[in-house]
Design a protein around this ligand. Sequence first.
Ligand SMILES: O=c1ccn([C@H]2C[C@H](O)[C@@H](COP(=O)(O)OP(=O)(O)OP(=O)(O)O)O2)c(=O)[nH]1
Ligand SMILES: [Mg+2]
Length: 178
Amino acid sequence: MLRVLGHVPRVVSVRVNDLPAIELLRLDPQMPIPARAHEGDAGVDLCSTVDVTIEPGERVLVGTGIAVALPVGTVGLVHPRSGLAAKTGLSVVNTPGTIDAGYRGEIKVCLINHDTRTAVDVQRGDRIAQLLVQRVELVTFVEVTSLDETARGEAGHGSSGGHAILHSVSAQSQEEAH
Ligand SMILES: O=c1ccn([C@H]2C[C@H](O)[C@@H](COP(=O)(O)OP(=O)(O)OP(=O)(O)O)O2)c(=O)[nH]1
Ligand SMILES: [Mg+2]
């Protein structure tokens, strides 16, 4: 029988991060430096610089007071926070937002309140979204006159089935038929 003795680390690093530390400018010195909630988390949290109330269905562009110089070959992605999304309906309109390597302006977040009834109050300093930095392939494109054949071909947009909404629509139309 195999017995595991001693401490087993819960977070195992699969690859050593060889990117340099990313230069970060605090445009609003009172904002905290974006940080991970836990070691190994994918994203660092971004805070709102403003107090704002977002009515149901409304969107608003808020500043984070942060600018970065991402290395060429990486991209910043602005993702919603799942807790806020689940509890209040707050999300990011263009999720994930794209921060280009050459961008030196303030990172802004286009928030949306998806709740249909309740407004969301965002206060200055609240953690409203998270920034992930990933490597990205800067590919080139070459124009051709035809593409290779594949099993999928041109089928897309639900061609393989398995959509809950289609089941509910077909169940509804069956009920209506009776
Ligand atoms: O959530 C976001 C998305 C984008 N940006 C900034 C950084 C990014 O590099 C720039 C442009 O973003 P994007 O390319 O998505 O917008 P666009 O509408 O195509 O604008 P542009 O014509 O400036 O590229 O805006 C943000 O601050 N937050
Ligand atoms: Mg663009």
